[in-house]
Design a protein around this ligand. Structure first.
Ligand SMILES: [Zn+2]
Length: 671
């Protein structure tokens, strides 16, 4: 496993020291100049200096650890263009937008972009004017990119969400394997791999797949720097001291959910499995008088943006969402993340729960769990890995659906309507989805559930007529000027536009810009095709006969086994009653010497046997919060508080004896 590359050892560091101190002063200067910070946080500086010295580097940082600084700063400090590989298109656009605002030349290439703008973007990189080029992994394999890449000066390659390269990981993406090929084209360019979630096995696999060599991997608690051969690993503890992990056994989740929100103030996210659930639960919360909205991948862009903004700016308190919600969300003051349905891996749970309390203030991550969840999780194994014969049958039906004869179909992309397909061939969407993903891994098709099609605009009237129009409002005028300034050729043909850029340049909010574009379109001044996501399927091989479809163990049996193991780990977490939750999570990610957190349900239960002052105080506060309306509340309501019974009892005794509350016929009331 250990191979070539420039070696870096303690002995080499001495001649480097001048270079390092010069580099250090540059990065501090850049940090202040562009980001306005005086100092780096956590392990940022160590990672930056390592990549700056040309070493392959792996950074393990929890979400919110300030990951983007670790590649943006050295990209500015080093000659050439930094390539940033990330699967998250929304995040990519967001970062490019932000970088441009602070005066840094950044660009992005992703699916759905017009050929000419890809070409222009790549040419700019060759000219050397781009400091950061974001690219989605599936674009790496394109001939155009690889040809142009040879003419670019690349400072280093950043691999964001690096765990996606591991087949052992919970979020494996085959397109990540292209990165190894890019490394072959650029053998002397160092790689910076970053991830916020990786078990020790996945860390090993990332290094292996990226051909970053490693022979020994150690970790200690806080910041960690290991140099072995050509490989530096920096690890930041994943411990979240302000976040209390709680598992609440709940036989009536809807009831308990409402109670949780009555007890805990502040912004919250509720994660659910299905889109239907997201809508229904949000409606239920609204009926209970709570402020709530919902979010899932099936909503259109404008709607998603609107809902996210309402929540982000505290106009709505609770977001009920599927896992589609979260990527690139940066709301620091989320006080509560509730998992209504149990996720299928610790990795997913940890990432989603970790969205609470980014501001460092106390926050809670609560998993609602009951015995039926276990059966549901077990069922998910077979849903995710349907029998091989079913997969073959779905492949065959796909060929009927598109009318592709055996031996045909290579390279052609088709839009895919899963509902229609399921209706016609009597399948369930869950299994079809899983089967298509397995066929993709086996290399037969490419299946993109959320292929992004940019918004498009074409002017329907001539330039001269446009200037003669007098029924335009000032805002409409601004939008048209912004379109003309940013995009050429819109009078001749449809051009792709970025609604956020048009809105920004016009100086009006994006939803309003969207409404104006629609209104101009209705008046036949322009034709506007909004941005939309259309699932598509592309055949990567000629159509085979179904019986010749090969699904090797590495794609089917092995992965099914790993999936079952992840579910097993998740169930073990949910059902455990004797190990600190925080400790269990950290140990899963390879952190050894962790202490009990003192605030999870298990720790609290253990303490409850000897009631602490702190626990009693918390119980008092929560009881008083319930009684704050001066109404009568039955004692059972108080006893349902997610706190140790001993603490509740001690708090009640104390409140009654101090005459803060009175107790009558099992009812409590504030005095
Ligand atoms: Zn604990």
């Amino acid at each position: 496993m250990i191979t070539n590359k420039q070696t870096y050892s303690e002995a080499d560091s001495a001649p480097d020291s001048n270079h390092i101190s010069h580099f250090s002063s540059i990065i501090y200067h850049l940090l202040k100049q562009y980001w306005g910070y005086d100092d780096f946080r956590g392990i940022q500086r160590e990672i930056i200096e390592s990549i700056g010295a040309g070493h392959d580097t792996l950074g393990l940082m929890p979400t919110g650890g300030g990951k983007s600084i670790t590649f943006q700063v050295p990209a500015m400090a080093m000659e050439g263009t930094c390539i940033v590989i990330t699967p998250l298109i929304a995040l990519m656009k967001d970062q490019v937008h932000h970088l441009r605002q602070i005066g840094i030349r950044a660009a992005a290439i992703y699916s759905g972009m017009q050929h000419s703008s890809i070409l222009q973007t790549l040419e700019n990189c060759i000219l050397g004017s781009t400091k950061l080029l974001y690219i989605s992994p599936e674009r790496l394999g394109s001939n155009l990119f690889q040809t142009k890449l040879r003419h670019m000066r690349i400072s280093f390659i950043t691999v964001d969400e690096a765990h996606c390269i591991s087949q052992w990981g919970y979020d494996f993406r085959p397109s990540y394997l292209e990165i190894a090929k890019i490394r072959e084209l650029l053998p002397d360019v160092p790689v910076l791999a970053l991830t916020a979630t990786a078990t020790p096995q996945v860390v090993e696999d990332i290094c292996d797949k990226l051909r970053i060599t490693n022979d020994e991997l150690h970790a200690n608690q806080n910041s960690e720097f290991e140099v072995r051969n050509s490989f530096a690993v920096f690890r930041m503890s994943f411990e979240r001291k302000n976040l209390a992990y709680l598992v609440c056994h709940s036989d009536d989740k809807l009831y308990d959910l409402v109670r949780l929100f009555e007890l805990t103030p502040g912004a919250a996210i509720v994660y659910v499995r299905s889109r239907r659930h997201a809508r229904e639960i949000s409606e239920h919360l609204c009926q209970a008088g709570l402020s709530s909205t919902f979010y899932h991948a099936g909503l259109d862009h404008a709607d998603k943006d609107f809902r996210q903004r309402e929540w982000q700016h505290d106009r709505i308190r609770i977001m009920v969402a599927t896992n589609a919600f979260g990527m690139g969300i940066d709301k620091p003051d989320v006080r509560l993340v509730v998992h209504y349905d149990c996720p299928d891996s610790i990795e997913t749970y940890f990432q989603e729960a970790g969205r609470a309390g980014r501001d460092g203030q106390p926050a809670q991550a609560i998993l609602l769990y009951n015995n039926s969840d276990n059966a549901k999780l077990q069922k998910r194994i077979n849903d995710t890995y349907p029998p091989k014969d079913d997969i073959r049958q779905i492949y065959e039906h796909l060929a009927y659906y598109y009318q592709i004869a055996t031996g045909d179909g290579y390279g052609v992309a088709h839009e895919f309507n899963i509902e229609e397909f399921c209706l016609r061939f009597r399948h369930f969407p869950v299994q079809v989805n899983s089967a298509l993903q397995i066929l993709e891994r086996a290399g037969y098709i490419e299946y993109d559930e959320e292929a992004d099609n940019e918004a498009r605009v074409k002017f329907l009237i001539g330039r001269d007529d446009l200037y003669r129009l007098d029924q335009l409002s000032p805002d409409e005028d601004k939008v048209i000027v912004s379109l003309l300034r940013n995009y050429g050729g819109l009078f001749a043909d449809y051009g792709y536009i970025d609604e956020s850029i048009v809105a920004q340049q016009a100086g009006i909010p994006q939803p309003q810009c969207y409404d104006i574009l629609k209104s101009l379109s209705q008046r036949h001044l322009i034709s506007f095709i909004p941005r939309k996501q259309v699932p598509y399927i592309r055949y990567c091989q000629r159509r085979e006969d179904a019986e010749h479809i090969v699904l090797p163990a590495s794609i089917y049996e092995d992965r099914k086994e790993q999936y079952a193991q992840r579910i097993q780990a998740m169930t073990a977490y949910a059902r455990s009653t004797d190990r600190c939750r925080s400790r269990m999570l950290l140990e899963y990610f390879g952190e050894k010497s962790t202490k009990d957190c003192g605030q999870c349900d298990v720790c609290l239960d253990a303490q409850g046997k000897t009631v602490t002052k702190e626990g009693q105080r918390t119980a008092k506060e929560q009881i008083q919060a319930i009684l704050a309306d001066y109404q009568r509340h039955h004692i059972t309501e108080i006893l349902r508080l997610p706190l140790p019974t001993e603490e509740i009892n001690a708090a009640l005794d104390s409140l009654v004896s101090e005459e803060h509350i009175k107790l009558n016929d099992g009812f409590l009331q504030l005095v």
